[in-house]
Ligand binder design. Structure first.
Ligand SMILES: C[C@H](OP(=O)(O)OC[C@@H](O)[C@@H](O)[C@@H](O)Cn1c2nc(=O)[nH]c(=O)c-2cc2ccc(O)cc21)C(=O)N[C@@H](CCC(=O)N[C@@H](CCC(=O)O)C(=O)O)C(=O)O
Length: 146
């Protein structure tokens, strides 16, 4: 069951625009991180405080139908705010290209996180630099189809 409610676009213009291009093109445009050619997915969450629908692009890290959501925010000292949305409501929607599906988000730790962290860095090597940049352990969620 897709998330319903009032959509609140990101205050960050490039994020808002990428989401709009991705969705309005049916997942055929805006699907990479700028000109890197590295694939991006769109994660839809419910705001932990506002209850509004929030959408953010993330790097695509996929393995056998499951995905990782890496709360890196470029190695910033604090978690991205969407981290708290997933902790408060694990029901999310993921758009990968033209495919949208309901998923459940679960924060992972230990060996499971180490396995997904390897996949994440393989998909987007700068994640390793982001982790070097910050004392916080960058949270990783696994997204599993409902
Ligand atoms: C700026 C802030 O965004 P954020 O949730 O901290 O997320 C920051 C970034 O992670 C987010 O912009 C990502 O899309 C950036 N980003 C990636 N960010 C990542 O962390 N990982 C990635 O792999 C990643 C890839 C990526 C690819 C393309 C691209 O364009 C952006 C990419 C934001 O939207 N703040 C809103 C509030 C958003 C929100 O969800 N509010 C909650 C409250 C949550 C709470 O405070 O508890 C609510 O509505 O209730 C605001 O200030 O009004």
């Amino acid at each position: 069951m897709p998330l319903d409610g009032e959509y609140e676009p990101s205050p960050a213009q490039w994020v808002r625009e990428q989401v709009e291009l991705y969705e309005s093109s049916g997942g055929t445009q805006g699907t990479t991180l700028w000109d890197t050619g590295l694939p991006v997915v769109i994660l839809t969450t419910r705001g932990a405080k506002s209850g509004r629908i929030r959408k953010i692009p993330l790097m695509r890290v996929e393995h056998e139908g499951r995905y990782a959501a890496v709360a890196s925010k470029g190695g910033f000292p604090r978690h991205p705010v969407w981290y708290f949305n997933l902790k408060s409501d694990p029901h999310v929607e993921l758009q990968d290209g033209a495919t949208r599906q309901d998923m459940t988000a679960r924060e992972i730790t230990g060996d499971e996180r180490a396995e997904w962290w390897k996949r994440a860095v393989a998909a987007y090597p700068p994640y390793a630099e982001y982790q070097e940049k910050t004392d916080r352990i960058i949270p990783v969620f696994v997204l599993e189809p409902v």
